[in-house]
Design a binder for this molecule. Structure first.
Ligand code: AMP
Length: 283
C-alpha cells in the first residue's frame, strides 16, 4: 500500500493506475476504522481493480460544540488494517491542503432540499461540510466508483443527489450497515460509550427501529404513535432521543400511508455519544 499525504501525490498515483487501464474505487472515511469501513473497502474491491481510501477528520462538518478535537485519530492502526485488506493507496489528507485559506473561506457545496431534516436539523452545517469535502475529494482522486455506507442514510441520499444534479462522473455504491452482535451499528463514536452503555443501552436504538418496522408491516399507519412509542422506550433505556422519523426513502420527507418504500431514521444521545441508525424496507 502506498501512503500519500498531498493532493499532487495522490493525483500522480491515481493517474499512473488509470494509465494502466485500472478502474479506481474510492472510500472516503474519517479514520478510526472498524468493520463497517472494511465492508466498504470490500465493496470497492469487488467493483474495481484498485482501491483508494482517504482518512480525514473534516473540520467543516463539525459544529462548534461537537467532538472535532476529541474525535479518535488512530492512523497507525488504520494504516495496518487497510494494508491487511489489500488497499492500494491511503490518502491521509491534511487541512493545510484541503482548506488552505480556512474551511469557512472555502467554496461550500450544499444540497439544501435534503439538508433541513433529520441530522441536518440538529447539526446545522454538517451536510454542507460533507458535500463540500466529498466534492473536493472526488475532484482530487477522480474515482470511477465511490462507496458510502447506508449507516449514514441521509448522507448517502445527499451524495447521490449531488452527483446526479452536478453530473459528477462517479458511480455511487451503497454498502449495508455493519452491526455488532447486539444489533448496534458499528461506529467510531461507539468508543465514547461505557461498557454498559454499549452492550445494554445502545442496542435499544436498533430494537426500536425493528419494533416500528414490525408494526408497520403488521398494518400500523399511525406513524406519530410509533414515534412517541420509540421516544418513550429510548428515554426509558437511558437515551436522550433526538429524532425518530418514518420517511419515504426517495425524498426523506415524512412518509404518508400510501408510501411503499420506507426508511425509519433515528438518532439519540447516550452518555458522551450521539448515535444514529436506520432501517429501510419496502411494503
Ligand atoms: P466515517 O469514517 O464515520 O465518516 O464513515 C466513513 C464511511 O463509512 C461512510 O460512508 C459511512 O457511512 C461508512 N460507515 C460507517 N459506519 C458504518 C457501518 N456500521 N456500516 C456501514 N458503513 C459504515
Amino acid at each position: 500500500m502506498k501512503t500519500v499525504h498531498t493532493i499532487s501525490e495522490v493525483q500522480a498515483a491515481v493517474a499512473a493506475l488509470k494509465a494502466e487501464g485500472k478502474r479506481v474505487g474510492f472510500v472516503p472515511t474519517m479514520g478510526n476504522l472498524h468493520g463497517g469501513h472494511l465492508t466498504l473497502v470490500e465493496k470497492a474491491k469487488e467493483a474495481c481493480d484498485v482501491v483508494v481510501v482517504s482518512i480525514y477528520v473534516n473540520p467543516l462538518q463539525f459544529g462548534p460544540n461537537e467532538d472535532y478535537d476529541s474525535y479518535p485519530r488512530t492512523m497507525e492502526q488504520d494504516s495496518q488494517l487497510l494494508m491487511d485488506h489489500g488497499v492500494d493507496i491511503l490518502f491521509a489528507c491534511q487541512t493545510t491542503e484541503i482548506y488552505p485559506e480556512g474551511s469557512e473561506n472555502h467554496t461550500h457545496v450544499s444540497v439544501d432540499i435534503l439538508d433541513g431534516m433529520h441530522c441536518g436539523k440538529s447539526r446545522p452545517g454538517f451536510f454542507t461540510g460533507i458535500a463540500t469535502v466529498v466534492t473536493k475529494l472526488f475532484n482530487i482522486v477522480r474515482p470511477d466508483v465511490a462507496v458510502f455506507g447506508e449507516k449514514d442514510f441521509q448522507q448517502l441520499t445527499i451524495i447521490r443527489k449531488m452527483v446526479r444534479d452536478m453530473c459528477m462522473p462517479v458511480e455511487i455504491i451503497g454498502a449495508a450497515i455493519a452491526r455488532e452482535a447486539t444489533g448496534l451499528a458499528k461506529s467510531s463514536r461507539n468508543g465514547y460509550l461505557t461498557q454498559e452503555e454499549r452492550e445494554v443501552i445502545a442496542p435499544t436504538l436498533h430494537q426500536c427501529l425493528q419494533d416500528a418496522r414490525k408494526a408497520i408491516i403488521a398494518g400500523e399507519r399511525d406513524y406519530d404513535l410509533l414515534r412517541r412509542n420509540a421516544f418513550a422506550k429510548l428515554a426509558e433505556a437511558g437515551f436522550k432521543p433526538d429524532y425518530f422519523n418514518i420517511s419515504s426513502t426517495l425524498t426523506l420527507l415524512p412518509a404518508g400511508a400510501e408510501d411503499q418504500s420506507l426508511v425509519i431514521l433515528a438518532a439519540g444521545y447516550l452518555g458522551k455519544a450521539r448515535l444514529i441508525d436506520n432501517l429501510a424496507f419496502d411494503l
